[in-house]
Design a protein around this ligand. Structure first.
Ligand SMILES: Cc1cc2nc3c(=O)[nH]c(=O)nc-3n(C[C@H](O)[C@H](O)[C@H](O)COP(=O)(O)OP(=O)(O)OC[C@H]3O[C@@H](n4cnc5c(N)ncnc54)[C@H](O)[C@@H]3O)c2cc1C
Length: 370
């Protein structure tokens, strides 16, 4: 295989970018194709409100055992923010019933967010790659193994194109791979069916974030948590930034997701304002801004027309999902293929590092060219 060929990576989520970072550190040229106009995948923390707060519309937390996230944040100089401890919370049984206060019954395991939002991990890793390494708005449609290389077909703003790479790492949720990328020669049936049966963690969910002039709930002696059976948000929590800028964040209730699908975003945001007034009182300050996400209908997470699978916990992946194909030239990353914390940010890092390591094992001369 010619030395000059770059290593290809599909997907600029955390997993693909970690793989790219490791290969780049070993001295290789990398090209990362990303179908969206941004990096980060299921981490997404766009600026919101008058203070441009970066709130998490995708992944938010990591826990004590997520040591890879902690190590990467430290390496990149990103501060970790301890999640506000629960105290007195609110319970909203129905929109027309009074809201009740209750002491949060348990002390949850400690968790942290990242200053600037979790997307900042991907943004920092991307910033350390060469300028032309990441091709945004480029969707990989198929990959073909030849005797000399792997040919990658990509649909970009200027039309379709083909690029030869030495190794190709697919850092896309397995279920999405099975529905949207073609392989020649075809993948083994056992692999394709395992990919189809692997739920994409949190793909069935949506989130809401809201900014405020101040954290009035703390003055009311409430920790910011609201548990609601009414919706449109099922579970609010405190998301105040380290500089004190006030925000709440939450997961959409099924009624919120349904409302978004049928009535649109404007109607959902109006319903969120009504819910906040109902929970905290009519005289509480209205949010200065609201944003929502819906990962169910996000074509770069959930294959179009295919209902997301809902599971309590991400399953441990079968080993076929992690095994290289095509004599070590086609490799798999993505959080769902991690063995330790599948589905989570920590798993995304593990899987990206594993895929890079497998490239080094497949061609030992690739381990370092420096
Ligand atoms: C609402 C929500 C809340 C979550 N909360 C948490 C949490 O609190 N803690 C936690 O640890 N984890 C959480 N997660 C999971 C976490 O976001 C994921 O584990 C992690 O971001 C996955 O990274 P990844 O790189 O494996 O996949 P992704 O982030 O999905 O990245 C895959 C990338 O591939 C791109 N792509 C797809 N198809 C193609 C193609 N054909 N060509 C080119 N590019 C393509 C996508 O656009 C995407 O950028 C949450 C997820 C969601 C959605």
């Amino acid at each position: 295989m010619p030395d000059s060929l770059p290593f290809g990576i599909v997907g600029a989520g955390l997993s693909g970018l970690v793989a790219a970072m490791r290969l780049h550190e070993a001295g290789h040229a990398v090209v990362v194709w990303e179908t969206r106009d941004r990096v980060g995948g299921r981490t997404w923390s766009p600026p919101l409100g008058p203070d441009s707060l970066h709130l998490d519309l995708g992944a938010a937390w990591h826990w004590t055992e997520h040591t890879r996230v902690q190590a990467l944040a430290e390496q990149l100089g990103i501060a970790r923010v301890s999640q506000h401890e629960p105290g007195t919370a609110l319970y909203e049984p129905r929109a027309e019933q009074p809201v009740q206060r209750f002491p949060w019954p348990e002390t949850p395991p400690p968790s942290w967010r990242l200053e600037g939002g979790t997307q900042t991990l991907a943004q920092h890793v991307a910033a350390d790659l060469p300028n032309d390494a990441i091709q945004l708005n480029h969707r990989v449609t198929d990959a073909r193994q030849t005797e000399a290389d792997v040919q990658v077909r990509v649909a970009g703003p200027d039309g379709p194109s083909s690029t030869a790479v030495a190794h190709l790492i697919i850092a896309v949720p397995p279920r999405l791979v099975a529905h949207t990328i073609d392989f020649d020669p075809a993948l083994p049936d056992t692999l394709t069916s395992a990919q189809r049966e692997t739920p994409t963690w949190m793909a069935a969910s949506g989130k809401a974030v809201a900014t405020f002039a101040d954290a009035f709930w703390r003055r009311q002696g409430i920790d910011g948590r609201v548990v609601s059976h009414a919706g449109p948000v099922a579970h609010w929590h405190d998301a105040v930034a380290p500089n004190g800028r006030a925000a709440l964040a939450g997961f959409l209730h099924p009624s919120g997701l349904q409302g978004l699908a049928t009535d649109g975003r404007k109607a959902l945001h109006a319903a969120i304002r009504r819910q906040l007034a109902h929970c905290f009182g009519d005289d509480t300050p209205a949010p200065t801004a609201i944003a929502t996400s819906n990962w169910r209908t996000d074509a770069a997470t959930t294959p179009p027309g295919v209902a997301p699978m809902q599971v309590e916990h991400p399953p441990t992946p079968p080993s076929v999902l992690t095994r290289p194909c095509w004599n070590g030239c086609l490799l798999w990353a993505s959080a769902e293929t991690a063995t330790e914390h599948p589905g989570y940010l920590d798993g995304a890092i593990e899987a990206g590092e594993r895929a890079a390591q497998q490239v080094f094992e497949a061609s030992p001369e690739a381990a370092s060219t420096r």
